[in-house]
Design a protein around this ligand. Structure first.
Ligand code: NAD
Ligand code: ZN
Length: 228
């Protein structure tokens, strides 16, 4: 399996959350807390549009996303658990993708709970309203102060329990419970191969191998070693 974070999408032009150039160095994370959003949708929606719809919409999968799709196609990768909400794994052709923190591609009405495909919702007038009941729409990704959906949590955990190797790519693992997924593999005797620009909380405690470098080059090289 692979467990991926914001770092795998940096070469697609999407900034990570933390560190220099990270989203939280520009925007206040408190604005993405669920209660704040519900109280101030007129203020938060333009930010959501700018960060998650205008830029993510243009991003394309990079060599790392494509190499993981190739690995799955060759039956060497059972699935991906991603913390990303950009849908770039699916765009690369990966079939089994558990989006642990949801996705920008779906929206949910805060009133009648109906889900909508984001492509069907116009962002010309903000905040967008539910086509059925006029309620406030929220992107279907996990905001601060919100829990992870239990179905995706169980699917991710099951995948980890069945995996003998976990590729940990472009994540610091600081966000929990997502960050615990690699430990499930490790605790059952599996091998952790970590790929990151710099060392993380996993590197000296959990990773069996640490491949230091950019995800695009490193994941491609690794996949070439496996598939020839
Ligand atoms: P993070 O922002 O905390 O850390 C990014 C990690 O990627 C760091 O360890 C960094 O060293 C590494 N990195 C940066 N560029 C890299 C590259 N080119 N190749 C390899 N590694 C690279 O990200 P996180 O651990 O995923 O946790 C943050 C949360 O942010 C997640 O919950 C995720 O949902 C969310 N997020 C998602 C996106 C996205 O969908 N693309 C973008 C930003 C944040
Ligand atoms: Zn509604």
């Amino acid at each position: 399996m692979a467990f991926t974070g914001a770092g795998i999408s940096v070469e697609s032009g999407i900034p990570p959350f933390r560190g220099p150039g990270g989203i939280w160095s520009i925007y206040d994370p408190e604005k993405f807390e669920k209660g704040y959003f519900k109280r101030h949708p007129e203020e938060v929606w333009p930010l959501l549009k700018k960060i998650f719809y205008d830029s993510f919409g243009r991003a394309k999968p990079n060599a790392a996303h494509l190499a993981l799709a190739e690995l799955e196609q060759a039956d060497k990768l059972a699935g991906i658990v991603t913390q990303n909400i950009d849908s770039l794994h699916q765009a690369a052709g990966s079939q089994v993708v558990h989006e642990y923190h949801g996705s920008t591609r779906r929206m949910q009405c805060m009133q009648c709970r109906t889900y909508f495909d984001a492509d069907a919702i116009s962002l010309d007038t903000l905040p967008p309203r539910c086509p059925s009941c006029g309620g406030l729409l929220k992107p279907d990704f996990v905001f601060f102060g919100e829990g992870v959906a239990s179905d995706v949590h169980y699917a991710a955990t099951d995948l980890a329990k069945q995996s003998d190797v976990c590729l940990v790519i472009g994540t610091g693992g600081q966000v929990v419970p997502a960050g615990r997924i690699p430990y499930i593999v490790k605790n059952r005797g599996g091998v952790i191969i970590e790929i990151n620009l710099s060392d993380t909380g996993y590197t000296y405690t959990t990773s069996d191998y640490f491949l230091e470098g950019k995800a695009g080059a490193m994941v491609s090289k690794l996949v070439r070693c496996v598939l020839g």
